[in-house]
Ligand binder design. Sequence first.
Ligand code: SER
Length: 321
Amino acid sequence: MRRILITGSTGQIGSELTVELRRKFGGENVISTGHKRRPTGSALASGPFEFLDLDKEEEILTIVRRYDIDTIYHLAAILSAKGEEDPKMAWNVNMKSLINILEVARKEKVEKVFWPSSIAVFGPSSPRDNTPQETILNPTTMYGLTKVTGELLCNYYFHKFGLDVRSLRYPGIISSETLPGGGTSDYAVAMFYDAIRSGRYACYVRKDTELPMMYMPDCIEATIGIMMADAGRLKRHDAYNVAGMSFSAGALAEEISRHIPGFECTYEPDSRQKIADSWPRSVDDSAAHKEWGWKPKYDIRSMTEDMIQKVRAKLSNAGKG
Ligand code: SER
């Protein structure tokens, strides 16, 4: 069997995707890569790991050849809030890594590439409710710019070289395993940790800020789902809107209070408010439903229940350790 390569495999999504792909296809067949630290945790550390500088096309080429890679999940990226601190770095990291991956993939005849886009492709003049698949894309963050350009690039490689690139516009992703870093939607994860630790959270967006969100099990399902979909069914090779749920920061705080009575959330908007205000409140993902059978399982209630249980167990184990 040929093998799968994952970039950004120690990140929020990569860490859980690696474990699930290893469960499905065997530990030895999934090569995790990163540039900062070796993965820890038994499941994530259970298969091959390589340090990889995505700035260097020849390093990617060497690993693709060494392991006879036929599928790449390219997840490494700088997210929206961090990207605003150093826009040039965000452009360089996000765009250079993507074009290097696409180049190696086409030259080495890699069969499929997954690359995540984001709701950040939308901007202040895109419709904010039930945002259509096809609409105005005028992002105001550098992260959003790299996602729009990335979508065009993926589509270009599909049409020009026949490379089977598939992509999703991820909403904010909520998970308990690995903390997100540098995103605007991170408050939806941080709120759980602070609620359980201290019963209070100072939220950096307004109470009425509503964004599309998705729980990690649905995110993994969508990611593997689009990669497994019959190529003939997919009409797009830029990126599909995918929705899980949409809620305001206030609604999440209320839902958490049902499990942690007395939980107190205060709202102290910072520069991330402007980014959140430029994104949709909800997206229309009917094309994903129709073309490759996307169907999320979690809503705010079931996600919150599961998150509370998992984060509690995690923090109490950490306390014991
Ligand atoms: N979660 C990302 C961010 O907040 C959006 O794709 O930057």
